[in-house]
Every structure is written in structure tokens, then in C-alpha cells.
Design a protein around this ligand. Structure first.
Ligand SMILES: [Zn+2]
Length: 502
């Protein structure tokens, strides 16, 4: 058998392995892990909970339906999820659960099957709202991580060990909070390492609090090829033969050491971004990769077999889709076309609103709750009906009993305001070049829902300050301002929002 190897100096070497030779050490095992990040942002109108029609998705009613038909369903039905490592974003999971429960069940069962077979799961949790954690406050990082882990436990019936970071955006504080809550591994891009790495093995990152976490670095050329190059994934056999083998480290192979090629991409490329690539994935898993000497493996199983032994330092903050730290979701950078300074102004507006909202929350909810922040961390379960109100109040009310009705109602409205405030930081609002798109509009719509709830709970008008800040947010393409987008949002019942000054 002839294999192409990459030597440590980066040169391609052709090696002929004699298959009948009995002398010398056995070649080290080669593993392949396919990682899919499956995610859709929430698209519901936050006052009604309904998904507005999306004409771009015709003949489907909306993109979630289209992507389900092209990707989630075919991959689930053929059993691909049982063989890959994946995360299913909470906002997508809850939509699938309600709309296509059969597809949802098959995906959840894939993790179960993997656990039955190997003793560990193959699903990872995700920070709840796809928030860029390095840009979040410490409280928000904690809530995002805890909500993501609670959501996972509820859906999969066991604690998550892996967590996917939105855009693989990382800093040490977020990793430390993850490790504190039982997360043992995550996935990053190779350029997020600050010290030299061999991406065919996992690494330990030492964290400030004395803990550590394992990081897998994906293979960038392979992942990029699968994501962006059409021809790379037209034939699974050819892919295994001509692409995969060339990325193995020859010296490790010769020394009998194990190595892992990790291809991490958005999961939607398997069938949606790239039609029929669900079939490529099936063929690669069952035939292409095994025929060329690769064992299909998942991250958690690999860790069980070959735990990380080396350490790495990280470049922080950093992310997989920006080469300017995390500026793409903050001040803006050249990663998106045109004048991206609107991003900085939008973030400023959302941050200001959140600071004011947090102050109201602490002050007012602090009257009924022992620790408003601990209560917020648990609130997702109450919001989603996974915890009874009695249980919630027992745990978090001052002196453990239900406050009088009006106070209890106000506290729940404040917690709900915090819920929508978290949604307003969904990273998709900052990802693209243009302000005048559905994603930034949605972040503004979530912020408006939070403003409404603060208004109902306390009578404080956070709308005026937010609009003043949004006036500074100006899209370069159409000149539309954030304040105009706010005013264009659907009308709501009178009394739910402070009156809008004309
Ligand atoms: Zn950038």
C-alpha cells in the first residue's frame, strides 16, 4: 500500500508500507474524526414566538425547514450522527424538537448509541446563545456556559464533557468557567495556539485557577477544503486516497504512535451548503476512510484511548473566523466587506442596555431572590418548563418562600428580561458585513423584548437610551441606522413598551 505522508519539515513523502512484513513495529494507528457544528440562530419574533416567512427559502416556509430537508433529516436518517462528533445548538435543538421530533430523536439517540458502544458520548454542548464569550461579562460567560450545559443534560440525559465555543472564540476565563463546570475538552483552530503544535494530537491548556482543559486543534487545510472547495468532497474514496493520508505525520506512524486527523466544519455543509455531501459523509465513514487505513473516531473516545500529554499556550482572545482577535464581532475588522464600524456602535448600544438592565435586575430582583445571579443561572430550566415554579422559589427566594404575587410576577419578568438580553448578543448579528440584514435586526428585536419586560416590571424606560445609542449605528451599504431598524420592528400591543418619541 502506498501512502503519502507529510514529514515534520512539511515535505510530502511517499512511503511504501509492506503489508506482509512481520518485522519492526506496527505502524501507529491513524484516526479520523469528522466534527459537525450544527446551529441555527433563533429567528422567532420575540413578542409572538412565531417565525416570520422567509421568501429566500422558497419552496420551504423558512430556512430552518429548508436546512432540515437538505441536511438534518438525511444525515439523521442514514445514521451519520452516530459516527461523528457534533454539537446541536440549543436554539436549533428546541426548534427541531417541536417541529421535527423524529429528526430530533434520531440525533439525540446517536449520542446514546455511542455511549452504549464506547462508554462515552459523541455530542458536545454549546454555549447557549452562540455568544462570543471573550466579549461577554463574567456573569454572562457563566450563564451562557451553565445554560448550555443544563440544556445538554436535559436533552441527552447525561452531563456534557465537551463544549463548542461559538466561532471557537476563546479566552482563559471562559475556559476556566467551563472546566469548573465539568467540561474537559473543546475544539479550536490551529492558529489559536500561541506555541508550536502538532494538530494530530490533543493538548492540555493550564488555566489560571489551577485547572486544565484539553484542546483539539482541527486540521486547517482539510477542514477548509471540505468547507470551501467544491471538488475536494466530490468523491469520498478519492478524498481519503489523495487528501487524508498526506496529512499524517510519518515519524509518528513509524514509531507506532497514534494520531488523529480532525476535520471540523459547520454541520450544515453536509447537504445544505453543499448538496448531497450527506452522502459523501456516509461513504467516507463506512468505506472511504476505512479502506485507506483510517479508523473513524470521535473526540471523547479518542481522549479515552489517548489522553493529551503535551501542553499548549493559547492566543487569546481569538476565533476561527477572524484574524483580528475577536474584532469581527466587536469593533469590526477587514474580515467583512465595507465600513464595519457599525459593529462597534451596535455592541456599545447592546452593552449599555445590558449594564442598565443588570442594575435594575440586581436592585429589584435582589428584593425577592437571595442571589439574583445564581437564580439567573438556573432560570433556563424554569423558562423551558424543566423545573417547577415551586422548586425554583424554594431554591432561590429569600428565606425559601414564595414572595407575594406582584413581587413574584415582577421578579419573573426581570428574569425573562435577562433571558432576552442574553439572546440580543447572538453572534450572528455581528458576523456579516451589513447592518441591514435579518441577523442584526433580530438582535435589536431581542433587546426590545428585554426593554419591554424591564418596563413592565419596574416602570423604567430603557428604550430612550437604547435608541440614542442606536442612532450612531449606521450601515455602510444602505445608510440605515439601528434606530430606524428598531422603529421598523412589528407593532406590539399598547402598554408593552414605553411610548416612542416621534
Ligand atoms: Zn477579523
Amino acid at each position: 500500500m502506498t501512502l503519502l505522508f507529510t514529514s515534520e519539515s512539511g515535505y510530502m513523502l511517499e512511503q511504501t508500507i509492506s503489508e506482509d512484513s512481520q518485522s519492526g513495529p506496527q505502524p501507529g494507528p491513524a484516526y479520523l474524526c469528522l466534527y459537525g457544528h450544527f446551529y441555527q440562530p433563533p429567528r422567532e419574533e420575540p413578542f409572538t414566538g412565531t417565525l416570520p416567512p422567509e421568501p429566500g427559502a422558497t419552496p420551504f416556509a423558512n430556512y430552518n425547514e429548508k436546512i432540515t430537508a437538505e441536511c438534518y433529516r438525511p444525515n439523521a436518517e442514514v445514521g451519520n450522527f452516530a459516527h461523528i462528533s457534533f454539537d446541536l445548538g440549543p436554539t436549533l435543538a428546541s426548534w427541531l424538537e417541536q417541529t421535527h421530533p423524529d429528526v430530533y430523536r434520531q440525533i439525540i439517540d446517536a449520542d446514546h448509541q455511542h455511549r452504549m458502544r464506547y462508554g462515552v458520548g459523541n455530542a458536545l454542548a454549546q454555549a447557549y446563545n452562540h455568544t462570543i464569550l471573550p466579549l461577554a461579562t463574567t456573569h454572562d460567560k457563566q450563564t451562557q456556559i451553565i445554560w448550555g450545559l443544563n440544556d445538554f443534560r436535559h436533552r441527552y440525559g447525561h452531563a456534557a464533557h465537551g463544549m463548542w465555543l461559538a466561532e471557537t472564540a476563546v479566552d482563559l476565563e471562559s475556559l476556566d468557567i467551563m472546566a469548573r463546570h465539568g467540561v474537559t475538552y473543546t475544539v479550536l483552530a490551529p492558529w489559536q495556539a500561541a506555541t508550536p503544535i502538532d494538530p494530530t494530537e490533543p493538548y492540555l491548556v493550564r488555566l489560571p485557577g489551577g485547572r486544565s482543559i484539553t484542546v483539539f486543534f482541527y486540521n486547517a487545510p482539510l477542514s477548509g477544503g471540505v468547507s470551501f472547495d467544491w471538488d475536494t468532497t466530490s468523491n469520498a474514496d478519492l478524498f481519503a486516497a489523495s487528501y487524508l493520508s498526506g496529512h499524517l505525520v510519518a515519524s509518528k506512524r513509524e514509531a507506532g504512535k497514534a494520531q488523529l486527523l480532525l476535520i471540523a466544519t459547520d454541520g450544515e455543509l453536509y447537504g445544505h451548503h453543499k448538496p448531497w455531501r450527506d452522502q459523501f459523509l456516509t461513504h467516507l465513514i463506512h468505506s472511504g476512510a476505512p479502506s485507506y487505513g483510517f479508523e473513524i473516531c470521535t473526540l471523547e473516545r479518542y481522549l479515552q484511548l489517548h489522553p493529551a500529554t503535551k501542553e499548549v499556550k493559547l492566543r487569546v482572545p481569538s476565533a476561527w473566523s477572524c484574524s483580528h482577535g475577536v474584532a469581527r464581532w466587536d469593533t469590526g475588522c477587514e474580515c467583512t466587506e465595507g465600513d464595519s464600524s457599525w459593529k462597534g456602535h451596535l455592541r456599545h448600544a447592546l452593552n449599555n442596555l445590558a449594564t442598565r438592565g443588570d442594575r435594575l435586575f440586581e436592585q429589584y430582583a435582589g428584593a425577592t431572590l437571595n442571589d439574583p445571579w445564581a437564580a439567573r443561572d438556573a432560570y433556563l430550566e424554569l423558562h423551558n418548563g424543566w423545573m417547577t415554579p415551586e422548586h425554583f422559589w424554594q431554591q432561590f427566594a429569600k428565606e425559601g418562600h414564595l414572595p407575594e404575587q406582584a413581587l413574584a410576577k415582577g421578579t419573573l419578568q426581570l428574569l425573562e428580561a435577562q433571558y432576552y438580553q442574553q439572546c440580543s448578543f447572538t453572534s450572528c448579528g455581528f458576523f456579516f458585513e451589513n447592518l441591514d440584514r435579518i441577523e442584526p435586526r433580530n438582535d435589536i428585536a431581542f433587546a426590545r423584548r428585554a426593554i419591554s419586560l424591564y418596563w413592565q416590571a419596574t416602570g423604567f424606560n430603557l428604550q430612550q437610551g437604547f435608541l440614542t445609542d442606536l442612532q450612531q449605528v449606521k450601515g455602510w451599504r444602505t445608510g440605515v441606522t439601528g434606530a430606524e431598524l428598531y422603529r421598523q420592528l412589528p407593532r406590539v400591543q399598547q402598554g408593552l413598551l414605553p411610548p416612542l418619541a416621534r
